[in-house]
Ligand binder design. Structure first.
Ligand SMILES: Cc1ncc(COP(=O)(O)O)c(C=O)c1O
Length: 393
């Protein structure tokens, strides 16, 4: 009796039982090789190899010598919200009112606020499979049900209006989350594809969340914002990727006016506010465009190296490399177990990549994700090593 109650007190909740990110295992194995003197080409973690742009760092240095850096308003520093709103007229030529902009702790913080403010426990939310794992894990932890929609090459691995409607007819959906460019596939939705999903969602009463974290890193076609297509969509974005500020943990959302007060209350209770220094850095980061565009051009060069080099090395099947900094390769001709494939690739060729099972519980055992956010020299080295390794096998 005593034992049972003690066990219950110590046991983690069922809702916290979400899978870990398997890329961490790859990182740990890579670190062991490096500790033993090996040189690993890192293509496993989805983050820029560069830091925040110079104006962001200068703004932070200046701020450290001034005020107390206390809490800010829960929705964010007003001048940052206004600067983000201006970004929409600069980059997309659409007006966005600063009142609709909410500063978050990365897009990760944005998902929690979006899901809490839009959905009730038990609500079903559609997401593309393959997809970014925390979508389904956060939904589950919050008591919602992620509904994986299978995607394929015919739809550039995105949810379509038709399969959204089909899923909704089977069992009603409260929401759908789309991402373009997407992780892990690196594929994008055309403007028309995004418009179709938004139209069906509107007809069926399904709320739309658009994860636009990889905007700015679009090569095959211009990335379209859901804000141009709908006043009701919730857009989530971040300073992590294009702005090279992963560790600063800062992002933003643009939400319909009806959600602003609810999110204000949630953020005030959950976090009080987003770290002040990061907000100051983020506002200044918009002045670092020249540096950021140069980094983007580097990704474009890397993309070309891989698109041309990997087929010659022996990896001939991969998804369209549209945007973000990911290439998603089908390795099924070599292995039915992408985790084992990634382990061998790391152990024998010292190239670290992420197995698709992290992103796709159904078909991920056939895929490997390569992140090409490193240097061109690293990309050339990776192609060389992969080619030599596959020839040896
Ligand atoms: C598609 C996608 N969304 C969201 C995130 C979370 O990023 P952050 O919380 O740093 O903004 C990531 C990180 O890799 C991602 O790939």
């Amino acid at each position: 009796m005593m034992l049972d109650s003690a066990r219950r007190l110590l046991a983690p909740s069922a809702r916290s039982d979400v899978p870990p990110f398997m890329v961490m295992d790859v990182m740990a194995a890579a670190a062991r090789i490096e500790a033993a003197g090996g040189r690993v080409v890192h293509m496993e973690v989805g983050q820029p190899a560069f830091g925040a742009p110079t104006p962001a760092l200068e703004a932070v240095r200046a701020a450290l010598g001034t005020g107390p850096l206390g809490y800010t308003e829960s929705l964010g520093i007003p001048s940052l919200r206004a600067r983000i709103a201006r970004h929409y007229s600069d980059a997309y030529r659409i007006p966005v009112s600063p009142e609709r902009v909410i500063v978050t702790t990365g897009s990760s913080g944005g998902f929690i606020l979006a899901f809490l403010s839009m959905f009730e426990p038990g609500d079903r939310v559609a997401i593309a499979n393959p997809g970014y794992p925390p979508y389904r894990h956060i939904l589950k932890a919050l008591g919602c049900e992620p509904i994986l929609i299978e995607t394929d090459a015919a739809t550039r691995f995105a949810v379509t209006g038709d399969n959204l409607r089909a899923a909704h007819r089977k069992a009603p959906l409260a929401g759908v989350l789309v991402a373009s460019p997407a992780n892990p596939t690196g594929t994008m939705m055309s403007r028309q594809a995004l418009a179709d999903v938004i139209e069906v969602a509107g007809q069926e009463g399904i709320s739309v969340i658009s994860d636009e974290i990889y905007h700015g890193l679009d090569y095959a076609m211009p990335a379209e914002t859901a804000l141009r297509l709908s006043d009701d969509a919730v857009v989530i974005n971040s300073f992590s990727k294009y702005f090279c500020m992963t560790g600063w943990r800062i992002g933003w959302m643009v939400v319909p006016p009806a959600l602003v007060r609810a999110i204000d209350r949630l953020q005030g209770n959950l976090a009080i506010s987003v770290p002040t220094l990061s907000q100051i850095a983020a506002e200044a980061a918009f002045d670092g465009r020249a540096e950021l565009e140069a980094i983007k051009h580097g990704y474009e060069d890397n993309r070309k190296i891989l698109i041309e080099g990997l087929p010659k090395a022996g990896l001939t099947k991969f998804l369209p490399v549209d945007g973000a900094f990911y290439l998603y390769a089908d390795v099924s001709e070599f292995s039915n177990d992408s985790s084992a494939f990634a382990r061998w690739l790391l152990a024998e060729a010292h190239v670290a990549a992420t197995p698709g099972v992290d992103f796709d519980p159904l078909n991920g055992h056939h895929f490997i994700r390569f992140c090409y956010a490193g240097s061109a020299a690293d990309m050339n080295e990776a192609v060389k090593r992969i080619g030599a390794w596959l020839r040896r096998r």
